[in-house]
Write a protein that binds this ligand. Structure first.
Ligand code: ADP
Ligand code: ZN
Length: 624
């Protein structure tokens, strides 16, 4: 068998995706590799295929237990002998797994990095033939990454203790230069083949909405996307609870996840989501790493995250099956404040010197600013993201909120000058509300109390609404012309850069959507060209068949107690509706149906299709 046979037989795919083949070839030649590919690109295949061709065992180091279980279930479904060893197993289960492993029962074994240090495991590894060591989520080894795990540093020691050095393959979705260097260096890769594929996820639609009523937006969205699976990310536990309660009252099948819940509740909620019992998950960013649910159709950020790295990673959990999915960020200027507060209260890393901690704080601040710009930019959002990750896109993608929305830009430099003057006049002692109220000439009791009407700047922007003034202030904060103090008062301060505005060297421009957000309706953005959902190609009869196959899949999933997408992905079911297989040979041509999957489920799906069609092939899709 060669790599193509393996791909067809076990995974049911007809060809490799970008980057997979070269990495597999290098591994099989005995060269270390580092694969940097975005989520959903298909990193697993890069080590699972060679694992089956190498003589010995492949050890996969993976940071999260949930990920291991999912991967092992998938492999077992495909007919590959794999196991995981981690703290979710009892001592005796671990001993048993190691015994079976020593007896050559498994080709692939997933372990958490902590496991490498245990005597029992080390003894097993030294006595067995380990052909490859795969480090998944390899950015965890880097102190520059967001998820640094000290236990990843143990990997190197472990490798040294093995009699024969296995080939090492490492994979991550984090592309920054620091992280890349760290992985190569800290892991001690030998002249590795480093392969970086494009970071663009064409099937993802990106949009930023500046909706004031986020709860209503979320509810409306979920109602429009009934029966689809999605994640709502919130910045704080409190927001998670609030959004969760609202959705629950409205009858949405929703569950929640944050670090404040007990371990058992978290496990159960996560499982309800993965098994599609509750298709909607409201969570903090504690949720998601290693969640390999392929049919997540949307990721809504209720609050802006702290960095574009975080955002792209979290949003990237949508559409792993390659089908169209949406990533929507609900922005409000307040999010910047929340994040700044969270950053300022972040625990300092005790291992760092004060200088290092200061450098980290500065980097955090920069990341937050880049993230905030993303929410304000009128340019193509995809282009913005790709440029940040060091790639050049096409400039206009045609599949993001900005490419599909018309904007008006207005020059607000005059207002900006008055804002700066006003803040200086009150000697930088007030926050956004007081400053905006003063400039608008409002006569609120609170403002009277502060006595701001005595200043020359009182009413200097009389023609503008208070909210408009606030928009300009926020734009100025984004451009680092103004900053707010980090304490709870958030007093506005003028930065050195503001001088450029006062001296006329710099203009301040505000963009506003022509058609207000949240009311974009169904036209335009949805169902567009190549990015459309696969099931969109089905006609009404086809959709009916698709639903029947989905039901069959749910039934089997319940019987076998595995998540539905582990049996077949939606994409595979759609392909069945297109190809309408009547025989084993037909069925084997469907993408995602390998020999083992056919042996397990093929006949049940064939029967369902035959029953629906009465054995007469019709065309269930549009086009040709
Ligand atoms: P990653 O780990 O890079 O996020 P996965 O390994 O989970 O991505 O793969 C994402 C999805 O793509 C999975 O459903 C996987 O089965 C599918 N996939 C991977 N390689 C191929 C391929 N060559 N052809 C078709 N589908 C593939
Ligand atoms: Zn675009």
């Amino acid at each position: 068998m060669d790599k193509f046979d393996i791909l067809r037989k076990y995974f049911g795919y007809s060809g490799f995706r970008e980057g997979q083949e070269p990495l597999i070839d290098s591994i099989l030649r005995g060269q270390d590799v580092l694969g940097i590919m975005p989520t959903g690109a298909g990193k697993s295949i890069c080590y699972q295929v060679p694992a089956l061709l190498l003589p010995g065992i492949t050890l996969v180091i993976s940071p999260l237990i949930s990920l291991m279980k999912d991967q092992v279930q998938s492999l077992n479904q495909a007919g590959i002998h794999a196991a995981y060893i981690n703290s979710s197993l009892s001592e005796s289960q671990i001993s048993k797994a190691l015994r079976l492993a020593s007896a050559g029962q498994y080709k692939i074994i997933y372990v958490a990095p902590e496991r490498l240090e245990t005597y029992e495991f080390l003894r097993f590894a030294m006595q067995s033939e380990i052909s490859m060591l795969t480090v998944d989520e390899a950015h965890c080894i880097s102190q520059w990454g967001q998820d640094f795990r000290p236990s990843y540093l143990k990997i190197v020691q472990f490798v040294r203790q093995l009699g024969k050095r296995p080939v090492i393959s490492a994979f991550t979705a984090t592309a920054t230069e620091n992280v890349k260097e760290d992985i190569v260096c800290v892991l001690g890769l030998h002249s590795p083949h480093v392969l970086v594929t494009g970071f663009d996820r064409k099937n993802l639609y990106f949009a930023v909405e500046t909706s004031r009523r986020k709860d209503d937006y979320v509810l409306g969205y979920i109602n429009e996307h009934d029966a689809e699976s999605g994640i709502i990310y919130c910045a704080t536990r409190k927001n998670v609870e609030k959004v969760y309660d609202r959705l629950l009252t409205e009858g949405v099948a929703v569950t929640k996840y944050h670090a404040g819940l007990g371990g058992e509740e978290r496990r159960k909620n996560q499982e309800d989501f993965i098994y599609d019992k509750c298709p909607v998950m409201v969570a903090t960013n504690a949720f998601g790493m290693g969640i390999d649910k392929s049919n997540v159709r949307y990721v809504i950020h209720y609050n802006m995250p702290q960095s574009l790295e975080n955002y792209y990673q979290e949003a990237g959990r949508a559409g792993r099956d390659g089908e169209r999915a949406e990533c929507i960020l609900l922005y409000s200027p307040q999010d910047v404040m929340i994040n700044r507060f969270l950053l300022e209260n972040k625990e300092l890393n005790g291992d760092y010197t004060p200088e290092e901690n200061a450098a980290v704080a500065q980097r955090d601040e920069e990341r937050l600013r880049t993230m905030t710009y993303y929410c304000m930019t009128p340019e193509c959002l995809r282009e913005y993201i790709l440029r940040y990750f060091g790639e050049n896109g096409a400039g206009v993608c045609g599949n993001c909120g900005n490419c599909l929305r018309e904007y008006e830009t207005s020059d607000v430099t005059d207002a900006a000058v008055k804002i700066i003057t006003g803040i200086m006049e009150v000697r930088q002692r007030y926050g956004v509300n007081v400053v905006a109220g003063m400039l608008a000439g409002e006569k609120r009791a609170k403002l009277k109390e502060y006595g701001v009407s005595a200043y020359d700047s009182f009413g200097s922007l009389e023609g503008m609404q208070e909210t408009e003034i606030k928009q300009v202030i926020h734009q100025m904060m984004v451009e680092n012309l103004l900053v707010a103090t980090g304490d709870k008062y958030a007093l506005l301060r003028v930065t050195d850069r503001a001088e450029e505005v006062l001296s006329g060297k710099r203009r301040v421009v505000l963009k506003t959507a022509k058609n207000p957000s949240g009311q974009k309706g169904k036209s335009g953005r949805e169902k567009k060209g190549s990015a459309a959902r696969k099931s969109d190609i089905l006609n009404s009869r086809g959709l009916e068949l698709f639903e029947q196959l989905r039901e069959l899949r749910s039934r089997i999933a319940r019987e076998e107690n595995v998540p539905p997408y582990i049996i077949f992905t939606d994409k595979t079911l759609v392909d069945m509706c297109v190809k309408v297989p009547f025989s084993r040979a037909d069925m084997m041509k469907v993408s995602g149906v390998g020999e083992n999957k056919f042996a397990r489920y093929g006949n049940r799906f064939l029967s369902a299709i035959e029953e629906y069609t009465g054995g007469i092939r019709e065309k269930f899709y549009f086009g040709d």
